[in-house]
Design a protein around this ligand. Sequence first.
Ligand code: LLP
Length: 416
Amino acid sequence: MDYFNYQADELYVEDVSVQDIVYQHGSPCYIYSRATLERHWKAFDDAFGEQPHLICYAVKANSNIAILNLLARLGSGFDIVSLGELERVVAAGGDPKKIVFSGVGKREDEILAALKMGIRCFNIEVSGELDRIDILAEQLGVIAPVSFRVNPDVDALTHPYIATGLKENKFGIDFDQALSEYRRAAAMPNVQVVGIDCHIGSQLTESRPFLDALDRVLALVNALENEGIALHHIDLGGGLGICYKDEHPPEPAEYIKAILARLSHQKYEILLEPGRAIAGNAGILVTQVEYLKTTPYKNFAIVDAAMNDLIRPSLYGAWQEIIPVTKRGGVDEKHWDIVGPVCETGDFLGKDRPLKIGQGDLLAIRSSGAYGFSMSSNYNSRPRCAEIMVDGTKVRVIRDRERISHLWAGEHLLAL
Ligand code: LLP
């Protein structure tokens, strides 16, 4: 359930008409619903009941500080992958003690900053990272809390670009090498082993691969216990899918119930790192039709948003629902390719969509709250669009539209 609904023929976000927002703040823009965002986070949190747990929102899905702040206020933890994300979380009021740091290529400066801030733990993905963390922790005179992200070699049954848990993927420690890495870590003076984690991919629509990965992780946990290496938490990563079209992913409650059933009465705190399932259906991208171009072969609706604003359709061939902001009478329905102004044939937001549209109409691209703005760029020297949060009847700009002058700020002419 979300809060993007029609009232008569007008699309509303919570209690505000999308058309009114665009009149005031311009097009294209991302619009988020606070109630939807919070509802999705709570769906994860509530499902755990008495079981010790921490929901570590994956910042990469949508890293606007207003969003991070709302989640921090609910008590959320955060999964980060860069110094930039670390600083964002802290700027947004997030608690460093609830931050887990994932990623295959953590630089020294990133590790140092995270150690100084006292994060919850490093999710180590490569053997050399353990040695680097041990040395840097010694330099600072601290003990670094670590977990290994193991690669369980499980097929996530998702798009190959976002499957991460197969042995041929760059992510995580090879399953068969994990035990010896844990032994090395346990013997190091400046690290403390606190957990284990895995993340097998994104937009998973079934529980099965998650449970297969959990089984493998639990086998390793038992082996570690037998060696006297005690863990405090098990982090099962993110990856729960959402409905873009006709997918039927499990609800967070169903998925968490299945995990808890598999764990039976194990004492570990459970961490999850959901991103898309919290933010995805909490946002839309609104765009205006600039021109209609009909040829003997195709109908194109050329809109003012493009692949630089929302790259998922171009990059993964992703399908996201496109709906009118104002339902129209008076024109025939036709099949349209919704394309942007960028100079690439791959610049499309949707293809062959049955719509009744005219020049100047506004369209909403649904399910754009995750991996929408956070993957946007300035390609074709297009300023990135505004981000707006609706909270009941209130509308707040949470990121200004970039100005043209921002585009070359920081660039320099040659001195001569
Ligand atoms: N944890 C780790 C270590 C991750 O790498 C990711 C996502 C997550 C958690 C969150 O996964 P989620 O719950 O959002 O599925 N740009 C792609 C998705 C890339 C996901 C990368 N890692 C897309 O637009 O579909």
